[in-house]
Design a protein around this ligand. Structure first.
Ligand code: ZN
Length: 325
């Protein structure tokens, strides 16, 4: 059983696919080649990590490329044995004068549907606001996401540099639009900022899930508040090691979250960047990280309940889990 609830499309671009798209669209190969540009070999810091993710952006500004990358992300998730895959991405990065935000989201939506049809793996699509985008752009992204609620888009997120753009005030209105459309709400928070950013994302934006939230483990008061309010932490443990946010799987905040009784789900964040499947994450969290297999069972049960998905898919996954245990 595996539900991948935190996975960025920008970190799903296969190396061979980047080379193909670059050839088709006349994009120069990065110095050192696509593999060195897209893939990290050793843990570093967030700046280095984000540079590897951003290396894929030049091949993502085309509708056909976005559709292919999205389809392949589902094929890769299915090949790794996932039961549900929630893909997220920031459409504002990939728009062009001839490719508006609506078309960017539509292309990814269509690619995920192609992949689901081919593999049987159900998917969700979470649209990300970006902290460095201006207000009008984030409003346009939220409106475009809301327009596709029930038609492929399942959630809203905010991603980007929390240290340079710490305020959540600019996202209140976009989140209100998404909530009114019935989208699920998550937010990257307390990854670079302090623990209070997670509470703010819940109280100001209505987020029920927090991307990473690593610093919440530093503050028992906020952690207890998060548990009381049923917040879910989306944990991408190996990614946190590659960005320097956690020293090791054994010393990862996931253990504090679980010990406090918090809801935890898993993701592989940027699978091509760090060369990790969700199955790798689960295996190593248990083997190297010391996670109890009971904890993993609770993570699977909880993931089904908090994933942004159709109720029919949820019912099927509950049956599959019951049959597997
Ligand atoms: Zn993320």
């Amino acid at each position: 059983m595996g539900l991948n609830l935190h996975c960025h499309l920008e970190g799903c671009v296969r190396i061979a696919t980047a080379a193909d798209i670059a050839r088709e669209h006349g994009i120069a190969e990065p110095a050192g080649g696509w593999e060195a540009a897209l893939r990290m070999r050793t843990p570093a810091d967030l700046t280095v990590f984000l540079a590897h993710v951003a290396a894929a952006y030049p091949v993502m500004g085309f509708a056909d490329a976005l559709r292919r990358i999205a389809r392949e992300s589902v094929e890769d998730g299915a090949a790794a044995g996932e039961d549900f895959l929630e893909i997220r991405f920031g459409p504002a990065t990939h728009r062009r004068p001839d490719l508006p935000v609506e078309a960017v989201i539509g292309a990814v939506r269509d690619g995920l549907a192609d992949g689901s049809r081919a593999t049987g793996l159900p998917t969700g699509l979470v649209v990300c606001l970006l902290r460095h985008s201006d207000r009008e752009t984030n409003l346009a992204v939220a409106r475009a996401a809301a327009a596709l609620a029930g038609d492929g888009v399942t959630g809203l997120d905010v991603a980007g540099d929390e240290l340079r753009w710490p305020s959540n005030e600019a996202y209140v209105e976009p989140y209100r639009i998404a909530a009114a459309a019935g989208l699920g709400l998550t937010a990257h928070a307390a990854e670079a900022s302090g623990a209070g950013a997670a509470r703010e994302a819940a109280e100001w934006l209505g987020a029920t899930r927090i991307g990473h939230g690593t610093h919440v483990a530093d503050d028992p008061t906020i952690l207890a508040w998060a548990v009381d309010h049923g917040l879910t932490f989306e944990v991408c443990a190996t990614s946190n090691i590659y960005t320097g946010a956690a020293p090791s799987l054994r010393e990862h905040p996931v253990h504090a979250f679980l010990a406090a009784g918090a809801s935890v789900v898993l993701g592989n964040d940027n699978p091509i960047t760090i060369d990790r499947t969700l199955a790798d994450e689960e295996r190593d969290l248990v083997g190297q990280g010391g996670l109890a297999s009971d904890d993993l069972g609770a993570i699977h049960r909880g993931s089904i309940e908090v994933a942004f998905m159709d109720e029919s898919v949820r019912a099927r996954l509950r049956e599959r889990l019951a049959a597997s245990t």
